[in-house]
Design a protein around this ligand. Structure first.
Ligand SMILES: [Zn+2]
Length: 73
């Protein structure tokens, strides 16, 4: 990907909405670049959905593991 400051992270939070994204399942709806431009990125350590939830973030529907069952290819 392009100039992202979080190459080693998959779990990316949006500080404005308290929603987190899983970049391994990133979709267009995630608009990650827009979060970067707004400088609203939150990284987590460990880089896991459970840690994001512990911090009060909610999974983004389009890229959460739950979306897998909801179906796509
Ligand atoms: Zn997302």
């Amino acid at each position: 990907m392009s100039n992202r400051p979080f190459e080693e992270h998959n779990i990316i939070g949006d500080k404005r909405s308290f929603v987190f994204h899983d970049l391994s399942r990133e979709s267009e709806e995630c608009a990650i670049d827009e979060i970067v431009e707004a400088e609203a990125i939150q990284l987590f350590g460990p880089d896991e959905p459970s840690e994001a939830r512990n911090r009060g973030y909610k999974a983004h529907g389009a890229c959460s593991s739950g979306a897998q069952e909801a179906g796509a290819a």
